[in-house]
Design a protein around this ligand. Structure first.
Ligand code: AMP
Ligand code: MN
Ligand code: MN
Ligand code: MN
Length: 275
C-alpha cells in the first residue's frame, strides 16, 4: 500500500517524522513518502524509523511554485535530498517563507492581531512556517472558532493576512527534482480552481519542463476528481500518483492507510522509481 504525500512537523504536519512513520506502518502502508512543504530536513529521521518499522521511505518534497499568479504544488518523489541545486532552491524558498511570514504578522497586526509572527516561529520550531501555523494560532487566541474560518476570513487569497508571494518558477522546481534523480508530480490538480483549458496548459508546460506525473488519488479527492485526474493522466501519458496529503489527526477526514486504489489502466508512478 502506497502513500506518496504526507507532512510532518518539518512543515505543517502535527506528527514528527518518527511518529508519522510509525503510524503509517501500523495502518498497513508499505511505501511512504514524506513530502514536507519546501523542506527535506525530516527525511533522515523518517528513514531511520522506516528501517525500524520495515517499511519503505520514499524521500520527497512538496515544492511551492508560482505559475501565472497562482500557487501550484509540485511533488518531487524519490529524490536524493543531498542534491546541491535542490538544496539551494529550497534555501531560497525558505527565505521567502520567512519574510512572507513576517509580512503576514505585520498585516494581521494592522487588523488588531498582535504577535502572530513570533507565535508562529515558536509553533513551527525547526520546520517551515506556513499559513496553517497562523491559522492554528488565530484559533488558539479565539479570533475564529476553526481553521477553515480563519482561512476564509484572514488567510485565503485576497484576505487581510494574505501576502502575494513569488515562489519558484515551474521550470526551476522541476529542474531541481530532475537534478535530484526524482519524478516531478503535479499535486492535487483539482485544488487550484483552474478551468480545464488552464489545467491543460499547466500540464503541457509541466511536461515540456520534464514533469512526468499527476496525483490522481488524493486524500480529499472526490470520485469525480479522481476520474478527472485519471483522464488527464491517460490523455497526457503521465504517471499516476496516490497520496493522502495527511497533516495529522485534526483533519479527521483524511486518515492514513485508507486511500482508494488507483484506477486500473494507469501507470503507477512507483513503476518509475525502479527504472
Ligand atoms: P502555505 O504553503 O504556507 O501557503 O500553506 C498552505 C497550507 O495551508 C496547505 O498546504 C494546507 O495544508 C493549508 N491550507 C490551505 N488552504 C486551507 C484551507 N482553506 N483550510 C485549511 N487548510 C488550508
Ligand atoms: Mn500543508
Ligand atoms: Mn499542497
Ligand atoms: Mn501537501
Amino acid at each position: 500500500m502506497y502513500d506518496l504525500h504526507t507532512h510532518s512537523t518539518f512543515s505543517d504536519g502535527s506528527f514528527t517524522p518518527e511518529k508519522l512513520v510509525r503510524c503509517a506502518a501500523l495502518s498497513g502502508i508499505t511505501h511512504l513518502a514524506l513530502s514536507d512543504h519546501d523542506c527535506t530536513d525530516g527525511i533522515e529521521e523518517a528513514r531511520l524509523q522506516a528501517k525500524e518499522c520495515e517499511i519503505q521511505l520514499i524521500p520527497a518534497v512538496e515544492l511551492s511554485v508560482s505559475w501565472h499568479g497562482k500557487s501550484i504544488h509540485i511533488l518531487g518523489l524519490n529524490i536524493d535530498p543531498g542534491t546541491q541545486s535542490l538544496q539551494q532552491g529550497l534555501s531560497r524558498i525558505q527565505a521567502t517563507r520567512l519574510s512572507r511570514a513576517e509580512e503576514m504578522g505585520r498585516r494581521l497586526a494592522k487588523k488588531g492581531i498582535e504577535g502572530s509572527f513570533e507565535a508562529c516561529v515558536a509553533l513551527a520550531g525547526k520546520g517551515m512556517i506556513t499559513r496553517s501555523h497562523f491559522a492554528q494560532y488565530l484559533v488558539s487566541i479565539g479570533v475564529m472558532p476553526d481553521i477553515r474560518d480563519v482561512f476564509n476570513h484572514y488567510l485565503a487569497e485576497g484576505k487581510p493576512g494574505y501576502v502575494p508571494t513569488q515562489w519558484a518558477e515551474l521550470s526551476e522546481a522541476i529542474g531541481w527534482v530532475l537534478d535530484a534523480g526524482g519524478i516531478a508530480v503535479i499535486a492535487h490538480p483539482q485544488r487550484y480552481k483552474l478551468t480545464s483549458s488552464w489545467l491543460r496548459r499547466l500540464i503541457i508546460e509541466f511536461k515540456e519542463c520534464g514533469g512526468q506525473g499527476i496525483e490522481v488519488v488524493s486524500g480529499r479527492a472526490s470520485d469525480g476528481d479522481i476520474q478527472s485526474s485519471a483522464h488527464y493522466a491517460k490523455k497526457f501519458e503521465l504517471y499516476a500518483s496516490a497520496g493522502s496529503d495527511f497533516h495529522g489527526p485534526m483533519q479527521h477526514w483524511v486518515t492514513l492507510g485508507s486511500l482508494p486504489a488507483l484506477p486500473e489502466d494507469l501507470k503507477p508512478v512507483w513503476n518509475a522509481f525502479h527504472e
